[in-house]
Design a protein around this ligand. Structure first.
Ligand code: NBP
Length: 478
């Protein structure tokens, strides 16, 4: 046995991850159900480092140093269970199976429990950064036992992206499914970020009247400031791109129906179960869904709306500056919601997740990497018990300064009939959180009226019910 690590599943992610390990001086055993992929990897990239190709599961396991570290990079879902069932009987106590796929955290909880009973460490690991990240440095979010991280952490840290301060974008997130959970929320936040950027683009296009190339310039400028991030950077690239076939802006020839693989939906479903409002992520998932409903959109196309005349150049410039403020403030809200969700799950599942460390490892390698994440890291460093990012003084001041622009952008969008569900939901969340009184009191009254669901009072302890159908006397119920 010569290999420090093994990768089974050599499609694009697995191959690139294996090459990344090899390039960092590790000997990597490689295996794939269809051997042609293994052969192709060795033929094309074998010279990059030390690979041990294995045709069978037995050969693969025999190639691994003990305790064995075996990474699964296959399609999430049933294929992952099939591969676990194939390899687990070949492993010894203390060996580690690392699932680097985009597994649902409930599956990871189940698999970890089953393998723990056999003495095998199961390390559900979130890996972000796509193909490019897998090869050149992803952000890595391992869950699983603390013991497994001792044996695995240095290897994973060696291939992870590095944050601007040089630290690896990999840390032990917490036990069992904590890593896959955090990766799921990462993807949810990614959906929200992308939606907010799309809304900013739509406003610059349809209110400011800018052409895509001009908007690309605007995003490039924003990318030198507080919005500096991978997603803003690639937005400028996409907007500046011209379609070779037609000579038109690329963004104008692409069908406007956004697709999704499901991690955003999982985030929202899970948030509903946890009772955590993640309206920014939810609006992003719904916006993608709505865009794909061609039948509904066609049926509604003739409905009346306001005129769509664009602003004068001077007004447009001022408006663009306000859009930047609205985008930034809305982004702070979506991240605040995402972090709330991680905090709530950490408490629910006993994961004890270091919320600042999550921000620290997302500073590089992953799709939402951004200068901004260092601010989140330092907010939690200053106050590990921070109830919401919006309560951090720095973020509160910035959002406070942005609020006039934010409100005016949302008002303009509403007035001109440009849909901005992300900006609007973020602003509504901000206003709801800071409200002295919410109309939830009325909701409680209604619930008590039709269902005797009871309510609490502001002036006395206990639960109360008003006899609405009778004399309207109030009864204390608990
Ligand atoms: P795919 O998700 O396309 O999966 C293809 C791999 O799964 C192949 O190696 C295939 O083997 C193997 N496989 C399947 Br399908 N069914 C199998 C089975 N029953 N038994 C054994 N192997 C089986 O590959 P990918 O795009 O490289 O992604 C791998 C994982 O990484 C996924 O979970 C994905 O969600 C996750 N991920 C992907 C990205 C990304 O940007 N693509 C980013 C982050 C995470 P075969 O060659 O024999 O068909």
């Amino acid at each position: 046995a010569t290999a420090q690590i093994g990768v089974t599943g050599l499609a694009v992610m697995g191959s690139n991850l294996a090459r990344n390990f090899a390039r960092h001086g590790h000997t990597v055993a490689v295996h794939n159900r269809t051997t042609a992929r293994t052969t192709a990897l060795i033929d094309e990239h074998g010279h990059e480092g030390n690979f041990v190709p294995a045709e069978t599961a037995e050969e693969f396991v025999a190639a691994l140093e003990k305790p064995r570290r075996l990474i699964i990079m296959v399609k999430a879902g049933d294929p992952t269970d099939a591969v676990i069932d194939e390899f687990a009987p070949l492993l010894d106590k203390g060996d580690m199976i690392i699932d680097g796929g985009n597994a649902h955290f409930h599956d990871t909880l189940r698999r970890e429990k089953a393998l723990r009973a056999k003495g095998i460490h199961f390390v559900g690991t979130g890996i972000s950064g796509g193909e490019e990240g897998a090869l050149n440095g992803p952000a890595i979010m391992p869950g699983g036992s603390t013991g497994s991280y001792k044996a695995l952490g240095p290897l994973l840290e060696s291939i992870a992206a590095k944050a601007p301060d040089g630290s690896p974008c990999c840390t032990h997130i917490g036990p069992d499914a904590a890593g896959h959970f955090v990766k799921m929320v990462h993807n949810g936040i990614e959906y929200a970020d992308m939606q907010l950027i799309a809304e900013a683009y739509d406003l610059l296009r349809n209110v400011a009247g800018y052409e895509p190339a001009r908007i690309a310039e605007t995003f490039r400028t924003w990318n030198t400031g507080r919005l500096d991030s991978y997603l803003i950077e690639i937005t400028a690239e996409v907007l500046a791109h011209t379609d070779a076939a037609t000579g038109r802006p690329f963004v104008d020839v692409v069908a406007d129906e956004a697709e999704q693989k499901g991690t955003g939906r999982w985030t929202v479903q899970t948030a509903l179960d946890l009772g955590i409002p993640v309206s920014g992520i939810a609006e992003a998932v719904f916006a993608r869904s709505l865009s794909g409903h061609g039948d509904l959109r066609r049926a509604a196309r003739g409905l009346p709306g306001p005129g769509r005349e664009t602003l004068s150049p001077a007004e447009a410039e001022e408006f663009a500056a306000r859009v930047e403020e609205a985008l930034y403030a809305s982004k702070v809200v979506s991240y605040a919601q995402g972090w709330n969700m991680i905090g709530a799950a950490s408490a629910e599942y006993g994961w004890d997740i270091d919320l600042g460390a999550v921000a620290a490892i997302w500073r590089g390698g992953c799709i939402i990497r951004a200068a901004f994440l260092d601010r989140i890291r330092s907010a939690f460093a200053a106050d590990p018990g921070l109830p919401t990012l919006l309560a951090d003084k720095g973020f509160a001041d910035e959002v406070g300064r942005a609020q006039d622009a934010w409100r005016s952008v949302v008002a303009t969008a509403v007035g001109r009939g440009v849909p901005t569900p992300g900006f609007s939901a973020a602003l509504a969340y901000y206003d709801a959180l800071r409200a002295e009184r919410l109309p939830a009191a009325l909701t409680q009254g209604q619930r008590d009226f039709f269902g005797a669901h009871t309510y609490r009072r502001t002036d006395r302890e206990g639960s109360f019910h008003t006899v609405w159908s009778g004399d309207r006397d109030e009864e204390r119920t608990a």
